[in-house]
Design a binder for this molecule. Structure first.
Ligand code: SF4
Ligand code: MG
Length: 336
């Protein structure tokens, strides 16, 4: 179909003093309007890099980007900076983990919501200020009419995150990218912010990309899920499909290191042994093979030599036979 955002064979490489970092290595996905795609992986998996590429925020002096990024029919790779600038904050907007870096300490919260609105819509100062108040109300800031004059440091962490969401949504963007939007917050506030995002999506109909290292964050918020490892997508499906019957050993590891919300005792977490590979020289074959406990079950040492491909719909990039993926998960990994 005609996806609203379509990414095809994306490669992102950085030139560094130590060599070329293969940060994203052949990634494809689609996103429809009104849906939320969760992109999950450890740091260095390529999830943030991918989205900075969508936003056109990489430095062309040290970054090579290949592949296609098409947003609402418009090709973004290689688009001139001026065209991207017009899209950012307007057609696509971003929410970052740390509201203190996104909000300037020197301007009132109201001004920081009103200014981009004026810039992109040509509204008057008065109209834009009214819009800032309205947006703060929408994101649940009490006494918005008064608080709109506050500086960011006068807000709590959770309120700043709400203000940043107001800032991101003020121009009614079609695509919202939220990169670890709740990581810095405590669990209760985290849940409130995720609920808020869901509600606002209903109202604004935006497509959302939710980037996180935490499967728990996407479980209740996203529709579709892409699991990334070492610059590649290793599993995709709806959130339901992936969480109920994950097929990739890396996803099993992520699930195993997730705290159980309803467990009475503090079960020890079982983090995945080993560390992600260096992206300066990623391992041949399956990028997960140095950490994988199941390589013996694949014939001919293929894990170390042959790169598994990811099916386009539901599936995982893994050489294990389909019925083995099922039984290993059910018998050995599934939480009791
Ligand atoms: Fe493990 Fe092999 Fe599957 Fe990679 S392809 S996840 S190494 S079993
Ligand atoms: Mg990141």
């Amino acid at each position: 179909g005609d996806a609203f955002l379509s990414v095809r064979d994306l490669y992102v490489r950085f030139a560094t003093e130590d060599g070329v970092v293969k940060a994203v290595d052949g990634l494809s996905f689609d996103l429809e309007r009104g849906r939320t795609l969760g992109i999950v992986g450890e740091s260095g998996s390529g999830k943030s890099v991918t989205n900075l590429a969508v936003l056109g925020l990489h430095d062309p002096r040290n970054t090579e980007i290949r592949g296609e990024i098409v947003l609402d029919g418009q090709e973004l790779t290689g688009a001139p900076e001026r065209a991207l600038e017009k899209l950012r904050g307007n057609k696509m907007a971003m929410i970052f983990q740390d509201s203190l870096t996104a909000l300037s300490p020197y301007y009132t919260v109201g001004r920081q919501i009103a200014e981009p609105y004026r810039k992109h819509t040509g509204a008057s100062k008065r109209e834009a200020w009214g819009r800032a108040v309205e947006m703060l109300e929408k994101v649940g800031i009490p006494n918005a009419k008064l608080r709109v004059r506050d500086y960011p440091h006068q807000f709590s962490g959770g309120m700043r995150q709400r203000a940043m969401i107001a800032m991101a949504l003020v121009c009614d963007p079609d695509l919202l990218i939220a990169d670890e939007p709740t990581t810095a917050l405590d669990v209760t506030v985290q849940a409130q912010i995720l609920d808020l995002l869901k509600d606002l999506q209903q109202e604004f109909g935006s497509a959302i990309i939710l980037i996180t290292h935490d499967l728990g964050v996407v479980a209740n918020t996203a529709d579709d899920l892409l699991v990334m490892y070492a610059g590649r997508a290793v599993e995709r499906g709806t959130v339901r499909e992936v969480l109920r019957a994950p097929q990739h050993p890396y996803t099993w590891g992520l699930l195993g290191s997730m705290p159980r919300l309803n467990s009475a005792v503090d079960e020890p977490l079982s983090p995945i042994p080993g560390a992600p590979p260096s992206l300066l020289s990623p391992p041949p074959g399956c990028p997960f093979h140095p950490r994988c406990a199941h390589t013996q079950e694949v014939d001919g040492g293929r894990c170390a030599t042959e790169r598994p491909s990811l099916p386009y719909g539901r599936g995982a990039a893994c050489h294990l036979a389909a019925d083995r993926k099922r039984t290993i998960f059910i018998e050995q990994i599934k939480p009791r």
